[in-house]
Ligand binder design. Structure first.
Ligand code: 6PG
Length: 253
């Protein structure tokens, strides 16, 4: 059962997510000596990354023990304004003492299918797995995800086979709706994570959020419904505007 935390506005949401990242990082380092954190792309998480890099939060994380991944990437150069890596670098990575070797970028500027295969190899080396087709024993410590207006998450889009992927940890997919190749983690590795946390803000997401959380199970149309950690914890960090169409009384954070 997912835990829903509703913040009063985007600024409160950003702080709630920053606190959550601090808590998950500390727990992972205490339990496993490091934290493997996968960042979400898009615009919503940028504010939380900024809070995390602020003077009030930056010293709460043992950055040399953190490894940063991405949940997905647009297939553009890393300095392209659309790049999820560029967004995270500007909002967070350039402002915290993270060793460069701990930043694991999806090389979206290359051949998409090769970028996906290379990232999967990187994940298998980083996380360890029992062989080329083994499912992940233990996934990343925290994966942050967003929710698109159409219900997509990471770059798992409605109607795409990646939503139902059962073997590959990382896939490349051409998304006509955005006329772009994407590289994305698949539900195989996402659902192996210790913590999966969605961050959703704004009235524009309210109907999709209601459908995703309270509607029939139809992951083909609502890919975020394919996210259900096998052993980890699922959380939704949302603001009141995004929660406006939810019928159940969720805890106000
Ligand atoms: C991407 C993201 C994507 C994003 C949602 C929400 O590369 O676009 O990974 O899944 O999280 O589209 O985006 P916003 O936060 O900009 O609404």
């Amino acid at each position: 059962m997912a835990r829903i935390e509703v913040s009063r506005d985007p600024a409160a949401l950003a702080r709630a997510v920053a606190r959550h990242i601090v808590a998950c990082t500390a727990a992972a380092i205490a339990a496993r000596g490091r934290c493997v954190l996968a960042l979400a792309g898009g615009s919503t998480p940028r504010a939380a990354y900024g809070v995390l890099a602020s003077g009030e939060f930056v010293h709460r994380i043992e950055w040399p023990r953190v490894h940063v991944l991405w949940g997905d990437e647009r297939c553009v150069p890393p300095d392209d304004p659309r790049s999820n890596y560029r967004m995270a670098r500007e909002a967070l990575l350039d402002r915290v003492p993270l060793p460069p070797g701990n930043i694991h970028r999806m090389r979206g500027e290359g051949v998409p299918t090769q970028a996906a295969a290379g990232y999967e190899l990187l994940l298998r080396e980083l996380l360890g797995s029992g062989g080329p087709d083994a499912l992940p024993g233990a996934g990343p410590d925290l994966i942050l995800l967003g929710l698109g207006d159409d219900g997509h998450t990471a770059s798992l889009f409605p109607g795409r086979a990646t939503v139902h992927e059962r073997v590959r940890w990382v896939a490349a997919d051409f998304i006509e709706a955005v006329d772009m190749w994407r590289v994305t983690l698949t539900p195989v590795i996402i659902n192996a994570a210790y913590n999966v946390s969605f961050v959703v803000s704004g009235a524009a997401k309210a109907e999709r959020l209601h459908q995703t959380l309270e509607g029939p199970h139809r992951p083909r149309q609502l890919p975020a419904q394919a996210i259900n950690p096998t052993h980890g914890r699922l959380r939704w960090f949302i603001d009141e505007a995004a929660a406006a169409r939810l019928h159940r009384p969720w805890r106000i954070g």
